[in-house]
Design a protein around this ligand. Structure first.
Ligand code: NAD
Ligand code: TDX
Length: 333
């Protein structure tokens, strides 16, 4: 694999993946295709040498553009999406367009040019688990998405499966749990709370704060995606997770402690409609088949580094803070 296209490579996880490939796979050239929506930022790709990457600003729904790019590619790793649940509740239209129609457009080009396709998805397609349920999601768990966001991701997964079976597209799918790390948009839980503290705003916790997310460092997501791209069986789904289950209130208290604040120095706010209770990934298949292991197993130290990144990179997020909080304020969150 010498030439790969990374869609959504200017976003949080996509840009971390591009940096990972450039650092760890010296023979690979990356073409990033990204629309630069509010969530995309070219600065996320700063430091990538010119001879390792081309950047194309464009929409994954633009069939002509996509077709031209796929003609010269060995593989595509598809991260581009509308990615935030709260936004999908306020306005689902761009989610249907980018996540469903965009994935369809890419699959059609992959079919025409016989390009290896890896689709990035989420554990949210499986719905949620009860807090007291010992079960975790596996590749066999039935799809039961709750939000407009997760239902469009589920739709895109189903399109990929159908294009494999019907047209023989050489595709794999990965469903990953909640990522954290540098360059995550400040609308998301962890960076929102860190930047709230840095701005003197009280952090905001939804509902009763007991909802559980299964956290993984974004670099571990990158290494898992590469392992699947190289060694995954065509047509298969792999769940990616790092045994990182934590309640939201525990994560918030860890942030508060690390940033020198009292444990109750936050506001309880209106719950998210349809809020999934718990996500939990069983990553056995990925570990057994591909020998993948996460490198970031110490959440406290990963969180400390993430806090330091936001402290040290204020210009990266400061411009978006006011608008992001104004949007939440309108929703009572
Ligand atoms: P993000 O919102 O930070 O980045 C999305 C990127 O896609 C942005 O750069 C944006 O400009 C680009 N984009 C959006 N619409 C586009 C379009 N129509 N054409 C081209 N580019 C477009 O998202 P993220 O958190 O980095 O998530 C990346 C992928 O990983 C998504 O597919 C998401 O569903 C999946 N995922 C995310 C998480 C998580 O915890 N954030 C967990 C599991 C899976
Ligand atoms: O201010 C907040 N307060 C709060 O309590 C925010 C923004 C969130 N929350 C809660 C809601 C969730 O239980 O924190 C948890 C995490 O919220 P998000 O960061 O919005 O993530 P989540 O909805 O779990 O979805 C994320 O993981 C799966 C990504 O955004 C998705 O793209 C991915 O598919």
């Amino acid at each position: 694999m010498k030439n790969i296209i990374v869609t959504g490579g200017a976003g949080f996880i996509g840009s971390n993946f591009v940096h990972w490939v450039v650092e760890n796979r010296p023979g690979v050239h990356v073409t990033v295709l990204d629309k630069l929506t509010y969530a995309g930022n070219l600065e996320n790709l700063a430091g990538v040498p010119d001879d390792r990457m081309d950047f194309v600003r464009g929409d994954i729904c633009d069939a002509g553009l996509v077709d031209g790019l796929f003609a010269g590619a060995d593989a595509v790793v598809h991260f581009a999406a509308e990615s935030h649940n709260d936004n999908s509740i306020a306005d689902p239209a761009p989610f249907v367009r980018t996540n469903v129609e965009g994935t369809f457009t890419l699959l059609e080009a992959a079919r025409r040019h016989d390009v290896r396709f890896h689709h990035i998805s989420t554990d949210e397609v499986y719905g949620d688990l009860a807090l007291d349920d010992p079960a975790r999601f596996t590749e066999e768990t039935p799809y039961r998405p709750s939000s407009p966001y997760s239902s469009t991701k589920a739709s895109s997964d189903l399109l990929v499966r159908a294009w494999v079976r019907t047209y023989g597209v050489r595709a794999t799918i990965s469903n990953c749990s909640n990522n954290y790390g540098p360059r995550q948009h400040i609308e998301k839980f962890i960076p929102r709370q860190i930047t709230n503290v840095l701005c003197g705003i009280r952090p905001k916790l939804y509902g009763d704060g007991r909802n559980v997310r299964d956290w993984i460092h974004t670099e571990d997501h990158s290494s898992a995606v590469w392992a699947i791209l190289e060694g995954g069986r065509i047509g298969e789904t792999y769940l990616i997770g790092a045994d990182g289950e934590r309640s939201n209130i525990d994560v918030l208290r860890a942030i508060l402690a690390e940033m020198g604040k009292a444990p109750d120095d936050f506001d309880w706010v209106r719950d998210r409609p349809g809020h999934d209770r718990r996500y939990a990934i069983d990553p056995t298949k990925l570990r057994r088949e591909l020998g993948w292991r996460p490198a970031h197993v110490d959440f406290a130290s990963g969180l400390r580094d993430t806090i330091a990144w936001y402290r040290d990179n204020r210009p990266w997020w400061e411009g978006a803070k006011e608008a992001t909080e104004a949007k939440y304020a309108k929703q009572g969150q």
